[in-house]
Design a protein around this ligand. Sequence first.
Ligand code: LCS
Length: 393
Amino acid sequence: MDSKNMGFNTKLVHAGDFEDAFGSAVVPIYQTSTFAFKDAAHGARLFAGEEKGYIYTRIGNPTIEALENKLAALENGFGGVAFASGMAAVSTVYFSFLQQGDHMVSTAAVYGPSRGLMENVLHNLGVESTYINTSDLDLIEKSIKPNTKMLYLETPANPTISLTDIKAASEIAHKHGIVVVVDNTFSSPYLQKPLDLGADIVLHSLTKFINGHADIVGGAVITKTEKDYKKVRKTMTYLGGNMDPHQAYMVIRGVKTLSLRIERATENAKKIAEYLENHPKVAWVKYPGLKSHPQHELAKKQMKDFGTMISFELKGGHEAGVILMNNVKVALLAVSLGGVESLIQHPASMTHAGVPKEKREEAGISDGLVRYSVGIEDVEDLINDLDQALAKI
Ligand code: LCS
């Protein structure tokens, strides 16, 4: 069956699969660095692109390609490129679409290293950037300069859980001929499909929801057009951030249950967000499913459901947050997110420690902000866990 005719859950299980000589039920791991040519002419034809086939695993590999085709199907894109990590995907996107003298406008509350790479590496190569609150569409328009070539959005953003209207932001960017990139890590294609909303490029840390089991690191880029796909693939083969076949096998296995995991964890997250919002020691909670979230209406329009990521601050600020993090027993005190296990962490000293304090504050990442990635455990256990830890404050 052509994956274009499959529903989302059928794609999760079957898209990208191919038949092998033995009828394997799952995509086999082609753990090889290189592929033998039938003869010299065959090798030459493959290199010339005159015949489809495999040459060398950095360039392409059947197991990796099966994952890339599945991800492209899930995001309704033309093609996908898989990477060793989410950061390899981010860096390849920057290097594919930005040159010396170009300017990028980006969500200020992005994953810390996505900003660090831009400000500490790309700036040295003559690329400029402006980090803004992309929830404010007028500010996007005002930040565009004649040399702006990329609008880079993260929605929901890491770790403020602020949303950007992908459709409206893409319309603004496209008026100026600017490529729109969306880091869809916090939603996954189950909750949000940026290409359908008008974006040109989607990227993921597969480490999170898509693999879902906290046992590999990986990344992916999915493009809307063949032209952009070719550009990203070429840059990936130059930079060498390719995925490994075993990693691809793990992600293919993990992603099959994406809907089931997110549905369950989202139900838990809704209850935990409400519990936290009603707790006397909690100053504020940011969760798209709460009516108090400033973009609750946009979340209903843009996302299938509200997701599993919550950020909040305690009335006792950072110190109270430390007591909470040191006392939870079911949730792990760990960075990363989107796995079956609940994780709690402190962005200012952990994931966003590399972003200077004044820039963090400008982006809404206060020192007291705690981020909670809700897993699929029993919600009663998770709430009791928070309850006993909050009682220690
Ligand atoms: N984009 C987002 C939104 C992320 O959250 C991360 C990692 C990346 C890209 C980079 O992906 P990686 O190379 O780690 O696969 N976010 C992390 C976080 O919030 N905690 O630990 C890692």
